[in-house]
Design a protein around this ligand. Structure first.
Ligand SMILES: Nc1ncnc2c1ncn2[C@@H]1O[C@H](COP(=O)(O)OP(=O)(O)OP(=O)(O)O)[C@@H](O)[C@H]1O
Ligand SMILES: [Mg+2]
Length: 393
């Protein structure tokens, strides 16, 4: 630590966030404003959040002693990712440390089979699903739901579409790939969806909760590329239903902090839960510039049991486009590319994560907001495309 806790103003809460990625980095912006001291357990000395947080010890979140020591100097422990083993978190809780979200909630964001089983127990709407351990079980599952194709996914460890396969038959080579992952495999109905939606809510320990407007998210190759808030032309009843589903899940699972519920809007009108995240989520980044209270601020308020802020949008439309690293070396200098973007669009908001460019890596995002959806979308897309070197004017 560069300074002692006693050097901070009286009453300053210390929030310990495990993981030093861009989510911790963006949490720091709001921690500064609220006068909250953010500590980050960082993967290395120069990771995204470590560049922005003074108190960012480097350590391995899988090492119990490291986590214990880190947690001992925080008033509450929270997360930039969902990978901390729940055994360890139970141990922290037993030692009287506040962990938000707690391990009994977090396990539903770690393990898709546990999540499916728990959501079934209170009839949350889901695609047909079953844990499968052999080709025969895959064939039986497909028969039960009316045939192939089906989705196979790892119950643990998947991200950005890694660990998700479409199987055309029980003999499909992807079946071997899935089983080679050496974790239980979940088979799911391949949902015929019109689009993907995301419902983000924040919930505090004493049970206050707020729901953000439902957004539409576009994924390419399993990676989120664009988010529109609110989801255009979503019927108000559907939006309310999606919000209620997310609020219900947050309450049933006892989530504290941000809960993001990824959903499918099926062609037949069903709203089906895809998966859960219990931390600020990519589909909520629009809220930094587009909402009265960002998801990062509400996450901090929630874990500190402070009253939550308004999740209302500031403008009729907000579009967030991810800046994904391109293949071209010549586009690695993002700072240089800023010049054009800022000159072209004084209303544009740019967020860089302090990450060097690698193909497909999320290195930042841009946000535009306003009254006209087509205009807002064009501005955000143009900026992201320029920054990634896809266009050069
Ligand atoms: N049952 C399904 N039917 C149709 N498409 C699906 C299904 N499950 C997943 N997908 C597609 O695959 C994408 C990734 O799936 P999922 O969100 O489960 O995986 P992930 O790798 O954990 O994602 P994330 O990067 O959000 O953590 C989804 O956003 C969706 O586009
Ligand atoms: Mg997902």
């Amino acid at each position: 630590m560069k300074f002692e806790r006693k050097d901070l103003p009286v009453g300053t809460p210390v929030v310990g966030m495990i993981g030093g990625g861009q989510l911790a980095r963006m949490t720091q912006e709001t921690a500064i404003a609220l006068g909250v001291q953010l500590r980050v357990l960082a993967e290395g000395p120069a990771v995204s959040a470590a560049q922005a947080v003074a108190d960012a010890p480097v350590g391995d979140y899988r090492d119990p002693e490291t986590v214990r020591r880190f947690a001992a100097e925080a008033d509450v422990v929270t997360f930039d990712h969902e990978h901390v083993p729940t055994d360890l978190l139970h141990e922290l809780e037993a030692a009287g440390i506040k962990v938000y979200p707690g391990p009994d909630a977090l396990v539903h964001a770690q393990d898709k089979a546990v999540m499916r089983q728990r959501l079934d127990a209170f009839d949350a709407p889901a695609p047909a699903h079953q844990v499968v351990a052999s080709r025969d079980e895959i064939a039986d599952f497909a028969k039960r739901i009316g045939g192939f194709p089906i989705i196979l996914k790892t119950t643990r460890g998947g991200y950005d579409g890694k660990g998700v396969w479409v199987a055309e038959s029980s003999e499909d080579p992807v079946v071997d790939e899935a089983f080679a992952a050496n974790v239980p495999i979940l088979a799911e109905e391949k949902v015929d969806f019109v689009r993907e939606l995301s419902a983000i809510v924040a919930r505090s320990p004493h049970g206050q909760a707020v729901a953000y407007p439902i957004v539409e998210s576009v994924q390419v190759n399993g990676i989120c590329v664009e988010v529109t808030a609110p989801a255009p032309d979503l019927a108000p009843e559907q939006a309310a239903k999606a919000q209620q589903t997310a609020l219900r899940i947050a309450k049933e699972l006892g989530v504290v902090g941000i809960l993001a519920v990824e959903m499918f809007e099926a062609r037949d009108g069903r709203l089906l839960v895809n998966e859960l995240a219990m931390r600020p989520h990519n589909t909520g980044h629009w809220s930094i510039d587009g909402a009265v209270t960002s998801q990062f601020e509400n996450h901090l308020r929630a874990v500190l049991d402070l009253p939550l802020g308004s999740p209302a949008a500031r403008a009729p439309y907000t579009v967030m486009v991810n800046v994904l690293g391109g293949d071209d070396e010549s586009t690695a200098d993002m700072h240089y590319a800023l010049l054009h973007c800022l000159a072209r669009d004084p209303g544009l908001k740019v967020h860089f994560y302090g990450k060097s460019v690698k193909p497909g890596r999320k290195v930042g995002h841009v946000t535009a907001y306003g009254d006209d959806l087509d205009d807002v979308r064009e501005r955000a897309r143009h900026a992201a495309a320029y920054l990634t070197g896809t266009i050069d004017e």
